[in-house]
Design a binder for this molecule. Structure first.
Ligand SMILES: *[C@@H]1O[C@H](CO)[C@@H](O)[C@H](O)[C@H]1NC(C)=O
Ligand SMILES: *[C@@H]1O[C@H](CO)[C@@H](O)[C@H](O)[C@H]1NC(C)=O
Ligand SMILES: *[C@@H]1O[C@H](CO)[C@@H](O)[C@H](O)[C@H]1NC(C)=O
Length: 287
């Protein structure tokens, strides 16, 4: 099969694919077969639901965490600046495969209107939303541990959030000015997302090797605390440095909700104001 046919055949399964943030510094960038490069890799996009902690943590259930990026590949986080990843259902429709010939503005390699919407939920890309305003938000968290095995809920802190994502393929996130530099082996980062309905109420988490560039501060970030549901009263939100949201897993959850949110939908914890996350860089990482 030609490369093009290989790429096109993957589109058939894309309808069921979910999403991940693609970058060469991600874990399982080339898939999960040792020594092989899967240019149509979708191993990191699968959602996490009712898994044991050891399985959902950094997407271990399909071994993604066992395939670190190539030596020297880091997601660079410029202090006070921003960085970009490609949110897509498959590496084949990003700039990281096939010289980017299958890319469009969207994460499925297809074209859609600016005001793309579907009252029954958009399924391609599988963004688990009806439209941009309903997109729940995605985030990145950082641990100052180079070794993924040393990363825990207590040293992995959310440092940036992008409201109303996932949406288009190229997505940027802002980096706090006061992020200190990483150890020589780099930091460990995670991309996280919890959709608001539109399917199984699951979570997303995938790993990266990352490093802060241009750091001027040396103050370590504070130990993150679990976020809480606080839509009705923002004064009850967890202040300062926050953990990622672990929800609807068989083990390791740090948030439980019941009932409906203010719009009448079942409560779905999210990287937005409902759980006390602000859009953009986190200003309170040191509290
Ligand atoms: C992944 O594949 C790329 C080619 O796309 C290669 O440069 C890189 O070294 C591979 N990474 C690993 C960890 O094997
Ligand atoms: C987005 O979808 C929600 C839920 O279906 C709907 O209430 C809202 O009006 C839509 N917004 C736009 C701008 O289409
Ligand atoms: C829902 O949550 C509230 C507060 O966390 C709790 O007091 C209440 O008992 C819960 N209700 C049900 C039906 O689980």
């Amino acid at each position: 099969m030609s490369l093009k046919l290989l790429a096109l055949s993957s589109f058939v399964i894309l309808a069921n694919a979910h999403l991940a943030a693609f970058h060469k510094a991600m874990y399982c960038f080339n898939g999960t077969v040792p020594g092989q490069v899967n240019y149509n890799n979708d191993a990191p996009v699968s959602p996490l639901w009712m898994l044991k902690t050891s399985d959902w943590w950094f997407h271990h259930f399909n071994q993604c965490d066992e395939f670190p990026p190539a030596e020297g590949d880091f997601l660079e986080l410029p202090a006070g600046g921003s960085f970009t990843v490609e949110v897509a259902g498959n590496r084949g429709v990003t700039s990281l495969s096939f010289n980017g010939q299958f890319t469009t503005e969207w994460g499925d390699g297809l074209n859609h209107p600016e005001d793309y919407s579907d009252s029954n939920c958009i399924t391609s890309p599988n963004m688990h939303t009806q439209n941009q305003s309903m997109a729940a938000g995605t985030a990145f968290a950082i641990s100052y541990e180079s070794d993924l095995s040393q990363v825990t809920m207590d040293n992995l802190a959310v440092f940036t959030v992008r409201y109303n994502t996932p949406w288009k393929r190229v997505t940027s996130y802002d980096v706090p000015q006061d992020m200190p530099a990483c150890p020589a082996g780099g930091c460990t980062c995670a991309w996280v997302w919890i959709p608001n309905g539109c399917g199984e109420p699951n979570i997303y988490m995938q790993g990266f090797k990352c490093m802060v560039t241009g750091a001027t501060s040396t103050t370590p970030i504070a130990t993150p605390k679990p976020p809480v549901w606080c839509e009705e009263d923002q004064s009850t939100c967890t202040q300062g440095s926050k953990q990622i949201l672990a929800w609807n897993q068989a083990e390791g959850n740090n948030i439980v909700v019941n009932g409906t949110d203010q719009s009448g939908l079942p409560k779905s914890p999210a990287y937005n104001s409902k759980c006390g996350f602000k859009d953009g860089k986190a200003f309170m990482l040191w509290l």
